[in-house]
Design a protein around this ligand. Sequence first.
Ligand code: FAD
Length: 437
Amino acid sequence: SIALVWFRRDLRLFDHAALYHALKEYDQVIPVFVFDPTILTILPRADRRVEFIHASLRALKDELQQAKSDLVIRHANPVTAILELVAEFRASAVYTNRDYEPDAIKRDTEVTAALREQGIALRTFKDQVIFEQDEIVTQANTQLAAQPFPSLQELNFEPAGLADLPVQAGTTGSEALFENFKERIDRYHLNRDFPAVKGPSYLSVHLRFGTLSIRELAAYAWREGSQGAQTWLSELIWREFYQQILWHRPDVVHHAFKQDYDALAFSNDEALFTAWCQGQTGYPMVDAAMRQLNQTGYMHNRLRMITASFLVKDLLVDWRWGERYFAKQLIDFDLASNNGGWQWAASTGCDAQPYFRIFNPVTQSTKFDSDGKFIRRYCPELSALQGKAIHAPWLANQTTLAAAGVTLGVDYPWPIVDHACQRDKALALFKHRGRTP
Ligand code: FAD
């Protein structure tokens, strides 16, 4: 008997619940992946995430081939593709790990209904069973001779420069990062807030695409037990928390979790929003952060909080605009965590930052990038500024600016808003939410 195992956001072979159960219950297992054109067509033609998935699939396919199996890839509507694959391989079941995003749930409901008409079950799993690596080797599979692997071009995408970034796809990439982080995990609580320091794990993209096992990470942190490891474990729990929120309150995709915050009258000034996207706000910490995002597809967590707060509470732009921009740019974009992070920063979310807590972008900069090392990396036009001027160039005197070769308005923008003034406006906006002041 034959079962398909449908890989989605779990691009690995170890500790993989659906694969484990399928191998246990069926004589033969056909691993499949479907590129969904509905998702792909709306993306830019050069997209780092597609390139990451593509490279991770290459690695997965190689690993399967070494185990005398293969990965079957289709580029088609998932309902049609799965039905065709079932017919092609005469499979009597489809195994897959559950995906909790609303669109994915809708897709799986459709696939379930279509399969049911053929008398076939879609068996879904909470992906939580520890699986020993040497158990994954399949029986020599005569039906899986040399399956094709589509190039990015055949998928109608171009390379997005992933190779130039410090991001290595697949389980090889995640293992190398995790090994490196193990040496630093005990200092995580001390280092994690400073963007110029190698403090966090940088594992988010691997968690997003399942090129590592969340159980392996959680078990390691639990066993390790140091203060750093415990703090890190609590971050993994934030990820779980936001997944739970999305599952129980799918309306958060479009609306504030706290319903009375849904109709905040944001000014939504397009020019301010564009300056924020481009890292041209005149606030060096915010600009360095946005440029890190644009150039690398990653942004440090402290900076995600600072830039999100700045967009909502200094520029008075709807958090959903920022959420959408992050969703386009982040390699580790995850609907649940991104939405949760934005609603936290905008004070509209569950257990969010209270609205009257407003980050001062200069204080945050002085505290978390005190010598301006991170700012200098991404705002080279300011790199010669000395002392406090790197955090707030508009407060520096002419001599300091001239000595550093900086002319405000020419080399680097004047601040596009005044923080103190915007802070008052934000407080009034939130206080009188839904009511005329
Ligand atoms: P580490 O510090 O090493 O943390 C380990 C893992 O824990 C992360 O990979 C992540 O899976 C989880 N984690 C850590 N912090 C959080 C958090 N606050 N919320 C949820 N999970 C967390 N994370 C995403 O994975 N995708 C997103 O799209 C995303 N968007 C965000 C948007 C905003 C506005 C904010 C404030 C945060 C967002 N985060 C998002 C959470 C967090 O910033 C990133 O997970 C983290 O920076 C990734 O880097 P790391 O893997 O080195 O993290």
